[in-house]
Design a protein around this ligand. Structure first.
Ligand SMILES: [Zn+2]
Length: 276
């Protein structure tokens, strides 16, 4: 698209959005005059987050503060939708937001701008498969999934598997699917937008490529889920899960990968223990 066309669109959008934004601001102010009871979620959010995610105690006070702010913003900006009869509770929202926001603790991080909604299923869910396999055939049988990340607007999760992560399972479906969102925000598959201190993608590509190929060769990898061998995007998802769920093991067996993710996410997970 030419620069002129882009400017024309931006101006057109500004003309349309301008009055709408004013209207919204007005109605918000009017609403603020009506006294409202403070939401209990707001008041205890820090303590409740710590109760649900005790690993947060390992973060520095500055990062914990930022985490709480991100979680608040996440809850205020993303819709939660219960599927298959699941009634989404305050606790579920807090846990999902709490886990997702671990991935955006860098000072410059954006809060998954593409994600408008989080769909929660009670457990694994079935999805029809539309993509042809290597023979060009489309399977009639729906496939079971525990999570999906849509490039457009949503992340879909199995609550049962979210809980498994809290109990120390190596799979963390929230970390996995939201890592896909970070990946989708950048132009490169298997990599997020890197902060300035990385000075480009050289280090990222070197470490990720080598570890990806290593996982493809390995029959029984000690730490990383073999599913990560499917593609660079899945590798980033799986590596992020291992960083969050099994930091000490990742640091021991894949030191450079651990350090890369530590430098990107901005905190250490070596001392984290999930299981009660
Ligand atoms: Zn995936």
């Amino acid at each position: 698209m030419s620069q002129e066309a882009l400017v024309a669109i931006v101006v057109a959008v500004a003309l349309i959005v301008g009055p709408l934004a004013t209207l919204r601001a007005l109605s918000k102010r009017a609403a603020a005059q009506t006294p409202q009871r403070p939401a209990p979620l707001e008041s205890n959010i820090e303590a409740e987050l710590l109760a649900q995610l005790p690993v947060l105690a390992h973060l520095t006070p500055e990062l914990r503060q930022r985490h709480v702010e991100r979680v608040r913003a996440f809850l205020a900006s993303k819709r939660f939708i219960g599927c298959d009869g699941l009634e989404v509770t305050k606790e579920m929202k807090l846990v999902v937001a709490g886990l997702a926001c671990l991935l955006v603790l860098r000072p410059d991080a954006e809060l998954f701008p593409a994600v408008k909604a989080v769909l929660l299923y009670p457990g694994a869910f079935l999805v029809p498969v539309n993509e042809p396999d290597e023979f060009g055939l489309v399977d009639d049988e729906p496939q079971e999934r525990i999570g999906e990340s849509w490039q457009g607007d949503r992340v879909i999760l199995s609550w049962e598997d979210v809980q498994a992560a809290l109990a120390g399972d190596g799979v963390n479906v929230v970390a996995h699917e939201f890592a896909h969102q970070l990946d989708d925000e950048s132009p490169f598959e298997g990599a997020p937008h890197l902060p300035r201190e990385f000075n480009g993608y050289e280090r990222w590509s070197r470490v990720m490529q080598r570890e990806f190929e290593r996982l493809q060769r390995h029959r029984r990898p000690p730490v990383l889920d073999p599913y990560g061998a499917e593609s660079p995007a899945e590798f980033f998802g799986v590596a992020t899960e291992a960083f969050i769920q099994r930091g000490a093991d990742l640091a021991q067996h894949h030191a450079e990968l651990y350090e890369l993710l530590r430098d990107y996410y901005g905190f250490d997970t070596r001392d984290w223990a999930w299981s009660a």
